[in-house]
Design a protein around this ligand. Sequence first.
Ligand code: SAM
Length: 360
Amino acid sequence: MVANPETKTKKRLHLTVNRIQLNGTIIKASFPKIDELQARGRAQEAFHAQAEGVARERFGNEVFVRGVVEVSNYCRENCHYCGMRRDNRDLTRYRAQVDQLAELLVHHCPSSVRELDIQAGEDPVVVRRVVLPLIRILREETSLGITLCLGSLSWDLYRQLREAGAETYILKFEIGDPELYAEMESPGTHRERIEHIEHLASEGWNVSSGFIVGLPGENERKMMANFELAQELPLAGCSVSPFVPGETTPLARAPMGNIDLTLNSMAALRVMRPDWLIPCVSALNIVEPDGGYERGLRAGANLVTINLTPSEVRGEYLLYKRDRFLMTEETILKSLGRAGLKPAEQSVAEALSGSWSGSC
Ligand code: SAM
């Protein structure tokens, strides 16, 4: 990533107290303990039940439903863990067409979807040519909330995207520990990634972030750094993804992230921040095919994602493996039903603007 000339060093918020203020409401922040993250058996069940209870108390039995479209797999970054890294020559690169996406999203969006997440590798070209015109069309033709996950961009591009009508930006900090971040060649520098998150929040975006659990080189201290950083950032949500060794990456032979540690991390985030958006990521089903996803729904998650990427290009959006687990509206609704949950009536953007009218 090219360093942003507009980058300013901003004072980070250090939380030394266990109460934080959000939109005028004081909530209790409970920092995770190592034994909670390592819990198994009965202790783990009790911890997940606690997190689930916190989510239900705040959001009732409703879960936000987002549709994701993956609009480009070009990427100027070279993250060791990601199949779309620029050094991967074994990938047919694509950029989706605005017309095709507009037809799909305006006329064929599943009825449970209230929010769209437009996602891509770090590709400013697709942002200008496809994402900006697409947001303008969606704003005119639909009332869907618009979330973007497009990597670290220039301040000017962020401004144009916001003016076009997007409200939420997902920028994962990926790894809390700066040394491991540099070793993994994650986007730009650790400091820059944090500055981008802070900049987006200061410009009025709802910012959601996230981190990966179980990367090679992670230890207890580095794992706790994920929570320390998450707690300090001005976020509306945070995801936890288990590390999945990508077929065509330098980490292809590394062991998979641990499902229990991933689920415990989700539960810990929920207890730490009752108000956050915590997605249930589809990779839970790769790490534990028989029920990993539903365990996520019972560990405090409050957001699910349906994949709407056109089928011709879906296989080339390669984060880890070509045979990734695809979440359709049908599979999502079944999983929600089994967990006693239902799709929220509102979009994330509506809920975050303070007009939450869920059933709690
Ligand atoms: N390019 C954008 C960015 O940098 O924010 C967004 C898309 S990026 C391709 C999607 C996310 O997938 C990354 O932020 C990373 O956290 C996650 N990811 C990539 N490879 C992964 C892997 N092997 N295991 C787990 N998560 C992975």
